[in-house]
Ligand binder design. Sequence first.
Ligand SMILES: Nc1ncnc2c1ncn2[C@@H]1O[C@H](COP(=O)(O)OP(=O)(O)OP(=O)(O)O)[C@@H](O)[C@H]1O
Ligand SMILES: [Mg+2]
Length: 338
Amino acid sequence: MNGFGIDLGTTRTVVCHPRHGIVLDVPSVMVVRTDTRTKRLTPLLAGHDARALIGRCPVGLATTRPLRDGVIVDLEAARAFIVRIVPQMAEHRWQRIRPRAVISVPAGSTALERRALLEAAGEAGIRRIRLVPAPIAGALGCGINPLEPRAHMVVDVGGGTAEITGFCFGGILAHRSCRVAGDEMTIAVDRYLRSEHHLIVGELTAESVKCDIASEWNSSLVAQGLDSCTGGLRLVTLSVAEVVDAIRPTVDTIIAALASCLDDLPPQAVNDILQEGVWTFGGATRLRGFDKLIEDAFGFPVRPAERPTTCVAEGAAACLLHGEVLDAFDADVVAEAV
Ligand SMILES: Nc1ncnc2c1ncn2[C@@H]1O[C@H](COP(=O)(O)OP(=O)(O)OP(=O)(O)O)[C@@H](O)[C@H]1O
Ligand SMILES: [Mg+2]
């Protein structure tokens, strides 16, 4: 089949083929050269190679992310990024001829933001595009049937946004989105290192400190950076507990959004969710102790997705075979591009 499910995320872009599985999983980052005279941007690299240059770009080059908070902010950059990833996801030349795609979008995206995505993907050569709300695609990827007459709730915490969505029988019951997610957690680590340890680190180091605390056996970790007083290189040993504490306010914001989303649900639906629990996915839900913090706050079970970073793309690919899901959620994300 000449079609793909695409999760174009703020941090990572994942593409899934309905039969071949995940065919692409790359950082949503590009390296561009700016023409000093015309100010025109020329894309040079996209994906892993581009991410490796974050914080170490030579003069004249810059790293850029085509999406912010799950939506396109720069149409030109987004088009250039999609143009670069299409050959990587479609191995054979014939697969690149007018490929079909189901692309996930944040459930809280505006019509204008969805139009920008359709335009960028259309200009990059993808045809017959349909959109699906990311929480619904993620739920499908977790094996949930969003058309059954039973309420479910999913918590998707990615790089740019945390989305909490309750749905039942092909419709959304309640939705909350906050622009506080994995990137904010990285910023919290960065700020903590500066203020408490006087250590200046790059974005990649702050992110790896955040991700390293997920490994159970690490009760302490080491961060390397510049001493903000002397300017010299310094190593700092950090305890897992202090890093978790630094990130805690970010998780509290997500917990508050979840509480407010639950408030909006009808009592019968709340009953279903209390019994089933909430499903969590998105890279930032891999943060050490994330599920436990939610369980402690609400008392219902938390079900982490088996494949938290790829289930949205898998669900989008499944939609290629289950048009009824797309039709059901059409009112939530309208439009089909030609
Ligand atoms: N083990 C880990 N512990 C903590 N955070 C992690 C871990 N692994 C990945 N992350 C974080 O997950 C985030 C990326 O998640 P994901 O790939 O789901 O985002 P996205 O889909 O691109 O973003 P969005 O959905 O907001 O557009 C990043 O902030 C990354 O640092
Ligand atoms: Mg995402």
